[in-house]
Ligand binder design. Structure first.
Ligand code: ZN
Length: 542
């Protein structure tokens, strides 16, 4: 059981100016505070000093309390605010010395604790006595403004509450004395040659994500092969990697005032502190990694469709993943690949939805057969390389054409801007020019988008020798997991599909659903339901 202390509550109303806090409120606050802090204030020990200055220590009601303390009847005094206790540093000093000498505690409700005999508490005590609330707030604001100005000069005040992985807190001596700062953490921490420090690991993650190694593969390598613990302990997972890749600190952009107490402040309200000296990756590498994760490659799917974004129908439509719900729209009962004809197709697609679980199982069986034959795997990838080399010249030409168009349209845009300046006093001309500007900008935007698509296609199709050997080693690694455990997680299976670069086409032939597996120019057709199941179905429908 916690030992209960007997305390006296003290409230004071000033004589020299009107007070914000009434005696009633002060006493109420004191009595609310007491039980939560192991203090009992008996009714007869609720003291209120009316119409008396806080600038002297000698006050009638206060003297009564000190008498109780000297007699050992109370162990603490509870006061709502420090300025209710004293309004003069001299008086405050005298009173706090008496408290310390008597060995009792002086609690301020606003502090949520008592005044300790330490320099920090003493400074705070004096400041609260000396300045009024408004003055205090002004001082705090001024200190804050000082910090803001410092932040604008590039100082990392306090170096942030949490230090990003790959950095460490240090103290630095500057003209202003010792300041807290950050440094890149190249300390030898892990038992691995190239990845021996958090800074190296952070950089390695950016490089691998930017090269489209896949978030799951990156996690697996860190967890299983390199055995590097996640920041804060535990194993690396997708969300840790995503958070890291999105953090601007890695290219040297830090913030002051990230949070407002506990809530995160919007980015535009934060002060940006640029510290290129702390960058762990170049801005280009950061951009590239962010493009990769924002493109949705490896994005954790809501439902697990092995071939999402990799499935077409026989009419060349992209098929989408779609769950179907029970009649109350609450429970997902089945998962489908469904056809969504693009908006230029007038005729709707006749194809039914395909059960994704059935499709996924069929194709994965095929993948398992393929994995059993390592030679075939290699042949397939080498063939892919040849095919890609032939195709790539075509794509490169398209990219070049886009660049030419963009150049031309941007020159046009420059002219239009000049015209706008020249005709700013001719409303009719101006309206016309504004419209042209809008149209030209839209055109540039469209071509840029096309160019990005070609670029994406190019990097998907052209595989270097290095990439091939990497993929083969990855496939072998996952194959090893499959052999050991007999089964793979969804992430691993999806990863295999991406490494092997498998596309599927779904279709119907004489009333039977099939999947065609496309793998680097090879294709193989497999029925989704075996003969008996199909017979059963036609029997019931006919
Ligand atoms: Zn279709």
């Amino acid at each position: 059981m916690i030992e209960q202390k007997i305390g006296a509550g003290y409230g004071r109303r000033s004589s020299e100016k009107h007070d914000d806090v009434s005696l009633k409120t002060q006493s109420l606050k004191n009595r609310e505070y007491a039980p939560k802090n192991g203090i009992i204030i008996p009714d007869e020990y609720v003291f209120e000093e009316d119409n008396f200055t806080g600038k002297v220590a000698d006050r009638p009601v206060l003297n009564e309390i000190f008498k109780l303390a000297a007699e050992g009847k109370i162990q603490c005094i509870v006061v709502y605010l420090a300025d209710r206790w004293a309004r003069d540093v001299g008086a405050g000093a005298e009173l706090i010395n008496r408290i310390f000498n008597l060995g009792i505690e002086l609690h301020f409700v606003s502090w949520r604790t008592y005044v300790r005999n330490t320099p920090m508490d003493y400074a705070r005590y004096n400041m609260e006595i000396l300045f009024s609330d408004v003055e205090r707030r002004t001082i705090v604001n001024r200190l804050h403004d000082g910090k803001v100005n410092k932040a604008k000069l590039g100082y990392l005040i306090g170096a942030g509450r949490n230090v990003r992985y790959g950095f460490k807190r240090v103290e630095r001596v500057t003209e202003n004395g010792r300041v807290k700062d950050l440094e890149r953490n190249f300390d030898q921490t892990y038992d691995h040659e190239q990845l021996s420090s958090p800074a190296q690991v952070a950089r390695w993650i950016f490089e691998n994500i930017a090269q489209r190694r896949g978030v799951t593969a990156v996690c697996d390598l860190l967890n299983d092969i390199y055995r590097i613990p996640r920041p804060g302990g535990g194993v690396w997972d997708d969300s840790t990697i995503y958070r890291m890749i999105r953090a601007t600190e890695y290219y040297g952009q830090f913030y002051y005032g990230k949070t407002n107490g506990r809530k995160n402040k919007p980015v535009e309200e934060r002060i940006v502190i640029l510290r290129p000296d702390l960058a762990l990756v170049e801005p280009e590498l950061w951009d590239q990694a962010n493009i990769v994760i924002n493109n949705g490659r490896g994005k954790t799917a809501l439902f697990e469709y092995l071939f999402s974004r990799r499935v077409k129908c026989t009419n060349e439509h992209k098929m989408v993943c779609m769950p179907s719900h029970d009649q109350h729209k609450e429970i997902v009962t089945r998962f489908y690949y469904k056809c969504r004809p693009n908006r230029f197709t007038k005729k709707k697609c006749e194809l039914p939805g395909f059960r994704s679980t059935v499709v996924d199982d069929k194709v994965f069986k095929w993948i398992e057969e393929l994995l059993a034959d390592l030679e075939a795997k290699l042949r397939g990838l080498q063939k892919a390389q040849r095919v890609a080399a032939e195709k790539s010249s075509d794509i490169l030409e398209k990219i070049a054409a886009c660049d030419t168009t963009i150049d031309r349209e941007e020159r046009e845009l420059d002219h239009l801007y000049a015209d706008r300046k020249q005709y700013r006093d001719t409303p009719r001309m101006l309206a016309r020019i504004e419209k042209d500007i809008q149209e030209t900008s839209d055109r540039i935007e469209r071509v840029r988008k096309n160019r990005a698509e070609y670029q994406e296609k190019f990097s998907q199709e052209v595989i270097s020798d290095e990439e091939i050997s990497y993929r083969v080693s990855e496939i072998d690694r996952i194959n090893g997991i499959l052999k050991r455990f007999g089964t793979l997680t969804f992430q691993h299976r999806r990863r295999l599909v991406e490494l092997l670069n498998i596309i599927i086409v779904l279709g119907v032939e004489s009333g039977r659903q099939y999947v065609e597996i496309l793998w680097y120019g090879d294709s193989e057709k497999r029925w989704l339901y075996d003969e008996e199941g199909q017979q059963l179905e036609s029997h019931t429908s006919g």
